[in-house]
Design a binder for this molecule. Structure first.
Ligand SMILES: Cc1cc2nc3c(=O)[nH]c(=O)nc-3n(C[C@H](O)[C@H](O)[C@H](O)COP(=O)(O)O)c2cc1C
Length: 203
């Protein structure tokens, strides 16, 4: 796959044709197990493309109320070390340290930061948009042949970690999206009975 994907010009007509291949992939989407993710992860050009796709998330008001922090190589190792020290202060330090394996294994981690803007668009909607960014990133990574997993764990909710990542007071971690190559194919997990979750509203 070429590393560079098209970036449509503003106002350009976009495709509306059906894609059986895309439907197949969506119907079989599955996260990879984070501890099983290993090199190779996306290179710089591939990661740029993945983030470009993720940034096409629906976004009420075109506020782009999210941003990305990339952790890889030495910076990710340093981050893991810092978290290891912070894990000692968690209520269940052993569990907190064990959770770090999910962060340690994958070659690339993208922190999707929800960064809501003041104004008329409710913060809830802006946070939903950040969730959509995470989902698109998972889908794009899978389409590029990588395994991916969206993880929060304790360190997404810890203020010291947020400070270390440079988050402003109003910003929150929407998720750590881990990217790499899975040593095993993911297995299908239980899925809901969608009919049982669906009703037709009647007047
Ligand atoms: C907002 C969010 C946070 C999540 N955080 C965690 C987590 O901290 N630890 C974990 O094991 N799975 C977490 N998951 C679940 C996995 O990302 C994954 O979705 C789940 O294992 C189900 O598999 P699937 O994505 O293949 O359907 C989270 C999912 C979401 C949507």
């Amino acid at each position: 796959m070429p590393a560079k994907l098209p970036i449509p010009d503003l106002g350009a007509p976009l495709p509306t044709v059906s894609s059986a291949e895309m439907l197949d992939r969506l119907a079989t989407r599955r996260s990879a197990s984070a501890p099983l993710l290993a090199a190779p992860g996306p290179d710089d050009a591939q990661l740029r493309d993945l983030l470009q796709i993720a940034a096409r998330a629906p976004d009420h008001g075109k506020l782009f109320p999210w941003r990305f922090i990339v952790l890889r190589d030495g910076s990710k190792a340093a981050f893991v070390e810092a978290l290891r020290r912070l894990a000692d202060h968690q209520p269940d330090a052993d569990k907190a340290r064990t959770a770090l394996r999910k962060l340690e294994a994958p070659p690339v981690a993208v922190v999707v930061v929800s960064s809501p803007k003041a104004g008329a668009i409710p913060a809830w909607e802006q946070e939903l948009s950040a969730g959509s960014v995470c989902t698109l990133l998972l889908l794009a990574a899978q389409a590029m042949g990588f395994g991916a997993n969206w993880i929060t764990d304790w360190y997404s909710y810890d203020r010291s970690v947020a400070d270390r990542l440079g988050l402003a007071a109003a910003e929150r971690v929407a998720g750590f999206v881990y990217l790499g190559t899975s040593s095993e194919p993911p297995l299908e997990r239980v899925r809901p009975d969608v009919a049982a979750l669906t009703t037709a509203w009647e007047a």
